[in-house]
Design a protein around this ligand. Structure first.
Ligand code: ZN
Length: 387
């Protein structure tokens, strides 16, 4: 054992161990309440021995995190010692022994690097991970939340907002940014109070328990951006928008065939104004017609077929169409039935006045409804197709 405790300034318990403590001092110390001759746990004893062995061989005490000395995980032990130090649970004697066993540096001092900053970083990261192990995500962590780590409350919510702030000022390293981003539910901007709603409620972001209001595809802005970035990286991203040009062409053709903007809006169940901005430049924004349209509304407009004749398809009943076809068909019906014209008009379901004006050519236009009635009769009595 001799030599093991020969630190520069050995505490009493070391001298006691080595049998070098004066008898009177031993008795005096033993009488003190709570005095311990073996203040270290077996684990710390082993750690300290490995530490001393490392220092003896390497000549320094800058111990790497993955250091192993004589099969003992020294790096891990040192990390746990640093942790206990910043949490205030390290036995003072162990701190003393670590410094005492350090080599003398060029300033003739013995030092031990406690690395409080990186230790706090690791502790807070662990606290965040412990929270995630229960909730799966950091989303929905209440403000001011503390996580109990090694019996000590760690103000992890406060730390998170501090890290966001430091990130904004460019004070975080790339590794730190990567470590934070790897935490499930990490967000670089905290949800503003005004934007928060009850998590899981209908107006909330569908990424439960995110407390923000849903904005796009059922997600809040931050979650949507996150999903979009991930899907873009994975190559599975599909935009909700498509090129407007073919849709615009379709709408123009429908208009030429008698299905106007308002009729289209009613048929397709789309916004009439949206069709206007699809067709025309927007003077208010001094921009051209829209370059992109939502894929859902594009599909709805596309579903409205272009009629093959002016009065076919979805053309509204009161839309005027050229009377030429109707005149030919009505004449054929009258000739086939052979009776009075009034009877033919009745069979067609049109008034005498309408029938007469169509037949005599007084009307250049009829309504789509009249054209359809005449065509129905023509198909029924003349047994022919539409032409
Ligand atoms: Zn969200």
């Amino acid at each position: 054992m001799a030599g093991r405790w020969d630190c520069g300034w050995p505490p009493s318990c070391c001298r006691y161990r080595d049998g070098e403590l004066a008898e009177w001092l031993r008795d005096e110390l033993s009488r003190r309440p709570g005095w311990q001759w073996e203040p270290l746990s077996a684990e710390d004893d082993a750690g300290l021995e490995a530490y001393r062995s490392f220092v003896a061989w390497e000549g320094h005490n800058d111990i790497p995190a993955d250091a192993v000395e004589n099969d003992y995980p020294l790096g891990k032990w040192v990390a746990s010692v640093r942790r206990r130090r910043v949490l205030g649970t390290l036995a003072p004697v162990l701190a003393l022994l670590l410094v005492a066993a350090a080599p003398i540096d060029r300033h003739y001092l013995r030092r031990f690097a406690w690395h409080p900053q990186s230790t706090w970083w690791a502790i807070n990261l662990d606290a965040a991970r412990q929270y995630i192990s229960r909730t799966q995500t950091l989303l929905g962590m209440p403000d001011g939340h503390c996580e109990l780590l090694e019996g000590r409350p760690i103000a992890v919510s406060q730390w998170m907002s501090r890290m966001r702030h430091q990130h904004k000022r460019g004070l975080l390293s790339d590794e730190q940014i990567a470590e934070l981003q790897a935490l499930p539910g990490w967000q670089w901007t905290a949800a503003p109070i005004a934007e928060r709603v009850e998590p899981g409620s209908p107006e909330a972001c569908s990424n439960f328990p995110c407390p923000r209001r849903a904005r796009c595809r059922g997600l809040c802005g931050a979650c949507y951006e996150e999903q979009r970035t991930a899907q873009l990286a994975a190559g599975t991203w599909t935009s909700s928008y498509v090129d407007a040009a073919p849709v615009r062409e379709h709408v123009i053709k429908l208009k030429e065939r008698g299905i106007g903007r308002r009729r289209l809006a009613a048929l397709a169940g789309v916004n009439d104004k949206a069709s206007a901005t699809l067709l025309n430049a927007r003077s208010a924004r001094s921009s051209g017609p829209r370059g992109k349209v939502l894929v859902t509304t594009a599909a709805k407009r596309w579903a409205v077929e272009i009629p093959d004749a002016p009065h076919h398809g979805s053309v509204a009943d009161r839309t005027p169409v050229p009377a030429e076809t109707s005149r030919v068909q009505l004449r054929a019906v009258v000739e086939t039935l052979g009776g009075s014209r009034a009877e033919a008009y009745r069979r067609c379901g049109i008034s005498v006045a309408t029938g007469t004006s169509v037949l005599t050519g007084r009307s250049q236009q009829v309504t789509a409804a009249t054209a359809r009635r005449i065509e129905r009769a023509y198909t029924a009595y003349c047994g022919a197709g539409t032409q």
